[in-house]
Design a protein around this ligand. Structure first.
Ligand code: UD1
Length: 421
């Protein structure tokens, strides 16, 4: 078993380069199923969710060649299987994108139910609604979903709730459908725009991605070859921004899109820290005093992202005064607060609201990464705390952060990965 061990009380200083976005890459790779050809994708983060995604694609007949650590050549000419096994799909959430992609390409998919972070109920009713609207029949039983259509016909799809996954699955299923589809009340996250940009580069006709109405003019087929570079990771950038505030450090974050960081920037400034847009693709965050209390409510983009909520929770736990987080996306996203309380934080979580009474200091302790972003938050807490922190369940963190210890170490953290019997 691996654990991450941190000797705390470091102020993080220096530069960090952000990797490609996990949530964009895990949508773009399944989207290659729609391409009866070969494409090269760059800026793919080297994380375990991507490894799993490639493994599943290979079981479908996709050939993947690693050109470099972050570049893959993907040959989807010979898809010879429409079934993705539960054993593999249950390892990560985004495996459900294979449903929309295989439906689009083969008009038939049998995909095991997805796994991923346990953040509360994660239903797929809106995905199913979209597939059915496009003309598919959907059956869910024995841990898998089977979708079938003689023909996919463009239509209007209204999502009852704003869902990233349902928006992406609807896009994937509609790209090769006959006629025009519209997705109303679509999610607007940067990775949705990135997926649309990738598909358009490959010959799809998608407009409106990034707004709440996406229009997809179905095309007969996509191009046979192309190249694409994945957008930088908004959540990784936000994680380092909050690490700068929590440790009262000074970090320049390179290879980020500052527009994607507006909600987090506003909140960091409200806490009394400094954010400087360095132009181009860099932002500098520094903090030389105790952050002040703030309140946040997580919302779909462009609101404050739920995936930065635990990292913000660490800053709030040592801020001046009592801060409040209202989590409006997931039912169980405060599990990390119990871990932070073991480090001396004073957090009371009740349902979807948590109160963070700021304490003077955190103290190192053994803690468990309850999910991916909670894991990143606990690393930040360990860097802030006095003494040694041991973060267990590292596999959650490896699902979504590339070279996380190296990146924090380069900024001055005393952090190492240790193999434990
Ligand atoms: C994606 C992200 C995840 C992030 C989340 C919200 C990926 C791989 N994961 O997850 O990191 O936390 O967006 O920004 O991109 N819902 C339904 N029915 C559905 C689908 C969703 O009720 O059919 C609900 C969910 O329970 C949740 C809300 O809608 O309460 C948002 O979920 P959704 O946007 O779909 O999240 P994911 O795509 O799973």
């Amino acid at each position: 078993m691996e654990k991450i061990v941190i000797e705390g009380k470091s102020k993080l200083k220096g530069e960090v380069t952000i990797s490609g976005a996990k949530n964009a890459a895990v949508a773009i790779l399944p989207a290659t199923v729609l391409i009866n050809g070969v494409c090269t994708i760059d800026n793919i983060p080297n994380i375990s969710d991507i490894e799993m995604c490639c493994k599943i694609l290979e079981t479908l007949g996709v050939k993947i060649r690693k050109i470099s650590e972050n570049t893959l050549e993907i040959d989807s000419r010979n898809i010879n299987c429409i079934e993705a096994s539960l054993e593999l799909t249950s390892k990560f959430r985004a495996s459900y994108y294979l449903t929309g992609a295989l439906l689009g390409r083969c008009h038939h998919a049998i995909v095991g139910m997805p796994g991923g972070c346990k953040l509360g109920a994660r239903p797929m009713d809106q995905h199913i609604k979209a597939f059915e609207a496009l003309g598919a029949t959907v059956e869910t039983e024995q841990g898998k979903i089977e979708v079938k259509a003689k023909k996919l016909k463009g239509t209007s799809i209204y999502l009852d709730i704003v869902s990233v996954g349902a928006t992406i699955n609807a896009m994937l299923a509609a790209v090769l459908a006959d006629g025009v589809s519209t997705i109303e009340n679509a999610a607007k996250e940067p990775h949705i725009v990135d997926l649309a940009n990738f598909l358009n580069k490959m010959g799809a006709k998608i407009t409106g991605a990034g707004t709440d109405r996406i229009r997809i003019q179905g095309v007969e087929e996509l191009k046979k070859d192309g190249t694409y570079s994945v957008v930088p990771d908004q959540i990784e950038a936000g994680t380092f921004m909050l690490a700068a505030v929590a440790t009262r450090g000074d970090i320049t974050i390179k290879n980020c899109i500052t527009k994607h960081l507006e909600s987090i920037t506003a909140k960091i400034i409200e806490m009394g820290a400094n954010v400087e847009d360095l132009g181009g693709d860099a932002i500098r965050v520094s903090c030389n005093k105790r952050p002040s209390k703030i309140n946040i409510k997580t919302l779909p983009y462009p609101g404050f992202p739920t995936d930065l909520q635990p990292q913000m929770g660490v800053v709030m736990s040592i801020a001046q005064g009592t801060s409040v987080i209202t989590e409006s996306i997931w039912d169980s996203r405060f599990q990390y607060t119990e871990e932070l309380n073991r480090m001396g934080a004073k957090i009371t979580a009740q349902g979807k609201v948590a109160f963070f009474e700021g304490v003077d200091k955190l103290i190192g302790a053994p803690v468990y990464a309850t999910d991916l972003r909670a894991g990143a938050a606990l690393i930040i807490a360990g860097i802030v705390a006095e003494g040694e922190t041991q973060v267990y369940n590292v596999e959650h963190i490896d699902r979504g952060y590339e070279h996380i210890e190296e990146k924090f170490r380069k900024l001055g953290a005393k952090i190492k990965r240790v193999q434990e019997e």
